[in-house]
Every structure is written in structure tokens, then in C-alpha cells.
Design a protein around this ligand. Structure first.
Ligand code: SF4
Ligand code: SF4
Length: 141
């Protein structure tokens, strides 16, 4: 939802009451794109843990860890508002995800989803390799 038409008070109300302060309940970390079996195995292991997702947005891999900030109180208010980190101050309301979460080109919530995607990807690579080797080469009849 775009926030340009909302006043700061309306934004604050929406964050606190409608959205349950979603922005203060997870962190994301940009990951290097997986390249080898060990990298893919590590992502699969991340996803074996609770409250973890892995997604790809604009070709960048991210780890999402759903864990509430320690400074968010039960009333959904920041208890260190005046001292909050720059990343909180600089959050662009144009990026607000409420009410819908953004869709990503790839998104995995479980190890099983990720492992199934890996299997399909490997199978697709094999199919393509078989297709290439079946192509007539120059000089073939
Ligand atoms: S997602 Fe939007 S509405 Fe929800 S807490 Fe963040 S800025 Fe507020
Ligand atoms: S420091 Fe405050 S604004 Fe920043 S994530 Fe924690 S509760 Fe939210």
C-alpha cells in the first residue's frame, strides 16, 4: 500500500493497530547467490530452522528471520523511539508491505519446498544437457 496520502498519525495508527508492527518483527540479510552444492546445502539447513524463509528479489538472495525486536512493547510501540537505529529511521514508507506481502521470484518457507525446487532444477539442467547433446553437430548428415 502506498502511504503518500496518509498523515504521519494515520501511518502510525496503521502500523500499530492494523499491521501489528510487522516491520519490527523480522530481519532480512542479503546472501551471496548459491553457486555450489555446499551453498545449496547450507540454504537447505537454514530452512530446517523455525521462522526462517529464503527468497530471491531482483536476483538477490535473502534470508528472512522472523523474530520481534526486543524494543517493541506489547502495545506495539518502540520503547527506544528517540534512539532507534538509522535503519528504522530511514525506512521508506513507499516500501510498506501492508496489507499484502510482496511476491518474490523465488520464496521458500520450508526445507522441503527448497529441496523439491533443487530436484526440479537439477532435472531441468539434465534435460537441457540431453537436448544439447542430441542436436546435430556441424558436418552431421
Ligand atoms: S509494513 Fe507498513 S504498516 Fe506494517 S509496520 Fe511496516 S510500515 Fe507500518
Ligand atoms: S528499534 Fe524500534 S522501530 Fe526499530 S525495529 Fe525495534 S521497535 Fe521497531
Amino acid at each position: 500500500m502506498r502511504s503518500a496520502s496518509l498523515t504521519p498519525a494515520e501511518v502510525a495508527r496503521r502500523c500499530r493497530y492494523d499491521c501489528d508492527s510487522r516491520c519490527c518483527r523480522y530481519i532480512t540479510i542479503v546472501l551471496p547467490a548459491p553457486r555450489c552444492k555446499a551453498d545449496f546445502d547450507e540454504l537447505s539447513w537454514f530452512l530446517a530452522h523455525k521462522d526462517i524463509s529464503v527468497y530471491v528479489e531482483e536476483r538477490r538472495w535473502h534470508l528472512e528471520v522472523r523474530t520481534p525486536c526486543k524494543y517493541l512493547n506489547e502495545a506495539n510501540l518502540c520503547t527506544i523511539y528517540e534512539r532507534r537505529p538509522d535503519i528504522c529511521r530511514e525506512y521508506d514508507l513507499e516500501d510498506c508491505e501492508f496489507p499484502a506481502r510482496p511476491s518474490h521470484s523465488l520464496h521458500f518457507d520450508t526445507k522441503e519446498e527448497f529441496d523439491a525446487w533443487r530436484t526440479d532444477r537439477k532435472e531441468e539442467k539434465r534435460r537441457r544437457a540431453r537436448g544439447r547433446s542430441a542436436q546435430p553437430t556441424r558436418g552431421s548428415p
